[in-house]
Design a binder for this molecule. Structure first.
Ligand code: G6P
Length: 442
C-alpha cells in the first residue's frame, strides 16, 4: 500500500464515529489516512450529516489532509477501500430495546449480545454482513474487514464460514478495557500490562496477566474480589464476585461473565432497572439524543467527554491500533476475534475465537494457548455451540435451528420457554428477519 489509505466505515452515522476519528488523528503519523468514507442508510442520514460535520471539524482542527466523504452509496464507499470498518445496528436502538425487554417477561436475561437478545441481533445482522462481504469481493477484494458490529464473535464466525472473505477481524473493546482497568488498579502504565486472552467474544478469560513480563495474576484476582473492581465497562454494573468462587476460578473473568455466573441477580437487577430508568437501550437512546445535540454545535471540534458514558469506550484505541499494526506489519500483541487455527485446543479450528494474536500485515496470528482450564472449558464450548447453531439459523432462516440455538444457550431455562421467546421475538423483529418468513420449516 503506497497510495494514501482509504477507509470505509459502514454505520458511519453512529455516535461512536468521533471515537474512531480521534483514533485516526492520533495515529496519523503511522497510518496516513487519505480518504475516510462514512456511509449510512437513508434512516441514518440526519445522524450521518451531524456526526460527519463533527468529523470534518475534528480533522480540520488537527490540520490533517484527510478527506471525509459522507454518503448513502455503500458501493461508492467500498470501491478500492483498504479497510472496511463496520459499526452498524440493524433496526437501530428500537430493535435493541425489544431484545432487552421481551426476554425479561419470561424471567430470562435481556441483553444485546447474550441470550435471546444476542441470538436475535445475530439473526438480524448476519444476512447484512454477508451482503457487505459480497460487495467487498467485487469492489475491494484486497481490503480488510474490521468488524465492531455485535454480536462480534458470531459475526466473525459467519463471515469466516459463509463468505469468501478471509481478511476479517472481529474487534471488541472488552479486552482493552480490562487491560486499562487493571493497569489503573495496579497504578502502572497500560503499555506495561499484558494479558493472555483466550475464549470467545464477551466470553473471554485472562489466563494470565503480566506487568513487564512478570505474572501478577494472584494479585489481580485479589483485586477483582472488591465489588468496585468487578466490571470494566460502563454498560455493565459489576455486582461483585463471591471471593471463594473468583479465587478458585483462577483466571480473570470478563465483565460479561456476570450474566453467566450471577444470572439470577443480573436478571433481577435488569428487571428492576427496566421498570425504573428503562433498559440499557432506552438509557442509551436518551444519551444519544444528548450526544447528537452536542455534535451539532459548530464550535465543537473534539470528541466530547460525554461519549465515555457509553460501553464502547476505548473503541478507537482498539480499532485504530489494529488497523495501524496490519498496515505497518507491527507484529505487536493484540486480542482480536479470528479463526482459531488450533490456538485453543478445545474449540474447532475453523471457528472464530477471541484470543491474543500477533498482528502482522497478513493479519492476526493467534498465539497458541493450549487447552482452556477445565473450570471454564465447558461454558466456552457451550457458547461456541450456541454461536454456530445461531449462525446457521441466521443464514438459512431455519426456525427449528433458532429454537435449538436458544435452548442450548445456558441463559435459557427450557426448550418450551426458548420456543415461546423465539416466537414472540420473530414476530417483533419480522421486518428485519425476511429469511424466516420466506422459509418457515417448523
Ligand atoms: C461494551 C461492549 C460492546 C457494546 C457496548 C454497549 O463495551 O463491549 O460490545 O456494544 O458495551 O455499550 P452501550 O453504551 O451501547 O450500552
Amino acid at each position: 500500500m503506497t497510495k494514501g489509505v482509504k477507509i470505509a466505515t459502514i454505520g458511519g452515522g453512529s455516535s461512536y464515529t468521533p471515537e474512531l476519528v480521534e483514533g485516526f488523528i492520533k495515529r496519523y503519523d503511522e497510518l496516513p489516512l487519505k480518504e475516510l468514507w462514512l456511509v449510512d442508510i437513508e434512516a441514518g442520514k440526519e445522524k450521518l450529516e451531524i456526526v460527519g460535520g463533527l468529523a470534518k471539524r475534528m480533522i480540520e482542527k488537527a490540520g490533517l489532509p484527510i478527506e471525509v466523504h459522507l454518503t448513502l452509496d455503500r458501493r461508492a464507499a467500498l470501491k478500492d477501500a483498504d479497510f472496511v470498518t463496520t459499526q452498524f445496528r440493524v433496526g437501530l436502538l428500537d430493535a435493541r430495546a425489544k431484545d432487552e425487554r421481551i426476554p425479561l417477561k419470561y424471567g430470562v436475561l435481556g441483553q444485546e449480545t447474550n441470550g435471546p437478545g444476542g441470538l436475535f441481533k445475530g439473526l438480524r445482522t448476519i444476512p447484512v454482513i454477508l451482503d457487505i462481504c459480497k460487495d467487498m469481493e467485487e469492489l475491494c477484494p484486497d481490503a480488510w474487514l474490521i468488524n465492531f458490529t455485535n454480536p462480534a464473535g458470531m459475526i466473525t464466525e459467519a463471515v469466516l464460514r459463509y463468505s469468501t472473505i478471509k481478511k476479517v477481524v472481529g474487534l471488541c473493546n472488552v479486552p482493552i478495557g480490562m487491560e486499562m482497568g487493571i493497569a489503573k488498579l495496579l497504578d502502572v502504565d497500560h503499555s506495561r500490562i499484558r494479558i493472555d486472552f483466550a475464549g470467545l467474544n464477551h466470553m473471554v478469560y485472562g489466563l494470565d496477566v503480566y506487568v513487564d513480563g512478570e505474572s501478577v495474576k494472584d494479585q489481580v484476582i485479589n483485586l477483582l474480589m472488591d465489588p468496585n473492581n468487578s466490571s470494566f465497562v460502563k454498560n455493565i454494573e459489576g455486582l461483585g464476585w463471591e471471593p471463594a468462587f473468583i479465587k478458585a476460578l483462577d483466571v480473570l473473568a470478563c465483565p460479561y461473565h456476570m450474566y453467566y455466573y450471577k444470572t439470577r441477580e443480573m436478571v433481577e437487577r435488569d428487571t428492576d432497572n427496566a421498570k425504573k430508568e428503562g433498559t440499557r437501550a432506552e438509557v442509551v437512546q436518551k444519551l444519544e439524543t444528548e450526544l447528537f445535540e452536542l455534535y451539532k454545535d459548530p464550535d465543537l471540534a473534539i470528541k466530547p467527554p460525554q461519549l465515555e458514558k457509553r460501553g464502547g469506550a476505548h473503541y478507537s484505541d482498539a480499532a485504530v491500533r489494529l488497523i495501524t499494526s496490519i498496515y505497518t506489519d507491527k507484529r505487536d500483541i493484540q486480542p482480536v476475534n479470528t479463526r482459531n487455527n488450533g490456538a485453543i485446543a478445545s474449540i474447532p479450528n475453523d471457528s472464530a475465537v477471541e484470543v491474543s494474536c500477533i498482528i502482522t500485515k497478513d493479519g492476526p496470528k493467534p498465539i497458541v494457548m493450549g487447552d482452556l482450564p477445565v473450570q471454564v472449558r465447558g461454558l466456552v464450548q457451550q457458547i461456541k455451540s450456541f454461536e454456530r447453531v445461531a449462525t446457521e439459523a441466521a443464514v438459512t432462516g431455519d426456525y427449528n435451528k433458532a429454537v435449538l440455538a436458544l435452548t442450548i444457550n445456558p441463559l435459557s431455562p427450557s426448550d418450551t420457554i426458548a420456543k415461546e421467546i423465539v416466537d414472540e421475538m420473530l414476530e417483533a423483529h419480522k421486518e428485519f428477519l425476511p429469511q424466516f418468513f420466506q422459509n418457515v420449516t417448523s
